[in-house]
Design a protein around this ligand. Structure first.
Ligand code: CP3
Length: 341
């Protein structure tokens, strides 16, 4: 039995004493202890070593006090399992030496037995569940097929993922083939994570907002929806689409348990667009954590007042930034914990 199940209760839409709080990308980036591990081990070694992944996952629970843990890993491990090479270059980010630029490259991509190809993630889930001692729930995650296609085709991070879009718009058949392969692998992978013991699942569609609403309906949502349909009867699913306010209505009808919102969408609009019933998660501007602590406290209170304390999970509107002082992250978490109407 979980000692703190506030997060799961909010996902079920139950009335709670206060909203639960966690921060996207909380496992890593800004914690000094994480920086020390980063000096010793390269990125994918940290992902592939269950002891290290466990240690990093538990850090923010102990040091910042969030109500949920998110497994330390990356959305890009799915591409690696599909035999697409991915490197992580210091101060550059993801780097793919052989991006998928056409049919020949696509023919080399496989749909693996995900539980086998990603057995190190499954081991990390099991080890982390033990290390958490039932203190808080563990969130598993995957990238949306569109967001993963962005990296697979572009080969690196980008502001507009122009080559990924070009691929979709000039070779749509190949794009849909790749999107379906990523979807099939992801479903297999996330089901294995559920079996290993994660308590909730988040789908990150970090680059969904780069698409027009019409293109989103073709290249992103149908694939996320397949994942939601495959998982929703087994585990609560959170869909986070950055910049995807236009899709909140459709997302709200999918059977997902909660929807993530970024800071460019007001609570009022998000409630309206999502149909008013579903649990929402977000949406503090990550840069706002640089404000003085009294300002953070005031703005957190205003954020919760706007969303309401129920059917709400306090979070950032995207990942925490590497330059956030730990006491500011703590102030954010504590401001939620101290909330009263
Ligand atoms: O809370 C957590 O940090 C859990 C682990 C986690 C990581 N990546 C670790 C990581 C999660 C949930 C992710 C998701 C992820 N990865 C997304 C979706 C969420 C989002 O932020 O939009 C995306 C787009 C990626 C791809 C990715 N991985 C990028 C663009 C980068 C480089 C820049 C950066 O730091 O975001 C990574 C590397 C990465 N993934 C790091 C960490 C802690 C930093 C590199 C390092 O530690 O060496």
């Amino acid at each position: 039995m979980l000692k703190n199940d506030l997060f799961l209760r909010a996902l079920r839409g139950e009335v709670v004493e206060r909203p639960p709080v966690w921060m996207m990308r909380q496992a890593g980036r800004y914690l000094p202890d994480f920086m020390k591990l980063k000096e010793k081990y390269d990125f994918f070694t940290r992902c592939q070593t269950p002891e290290l992944a466990t240690e990093i996952t538990v850090m923010p629970i102990e040091q910042v006090g969030t109500d949920a843990a998110i497994l330390f890993s990356d959305i890009l491990v799915v591409l690696q399992a599909m035999s697409i090479e991915v490197e992580m270059k210091n101060s550059v980010g993801p780097w793919l030496p052989h991006p998928i630029d056409g049919e020949r490259a696509l023919n080399k991509v496989i749909v693996p037995d995900a539980a086998d190809a990603l057995s190190y993630v499954i081991d990390a889930v099991k080890m982390t569940k033990i290390a958490l001692e039932e203190k808080v729930p563990l969130i598993g995650f995957g990238g949306s097929p569109w967001t993963l296609l962005c990296y697979a085709v572009q080969g690196e991070g980008s502001k507009n993922f122009d080559r990924a879009k070009e691929f979709c718009f000039t070779q749509p058949q190949l794009a849909h083939r790749l999107l379906q392969m990523i979807t099939d692998t992801t479903i297999d992978y996330l089901k294995a994570k559920v079996e290993a013991g994660v308590d909730a699942m988040q789908i990150f569609d970090s680059w969904g907002g780069l698409l027009s609403p019409a293109d989103y309906a073709v290249f992103s949502w149908p694939y996320i929806n397949q994942i939601v349909q495959a998982l929703k009867d087994y585990i609560p699913v959170i869909v986070f689409g950055k910049g995807c306010w236009f899709a909140l209505n459709e997302m709200g009808q999918s059977g997902a348990s909660a929807l993530g919102v970024d800071w460019t969408c007001s609570a009022r609009n998000a409630r309206y667009l999502s149909g008013g019933q579903i649990t929402l998660q977000g949406n503090f501007d990550p840069s706002r954590l640089l404000s003085p602590i009294p300002v953070i406290e005031k703005e957190v209170k205003a954020m919760i007042d706007a969303f309401g304390k129920d059917r709400y999970i306090a979070n950032l509107g995207h990942g925490i930034l590497p330059n956030i002082p730990v006491d500011h992250a703590k102030a954010f978490v504590n401001a939620v914990k101290n909330y009263s109407e």
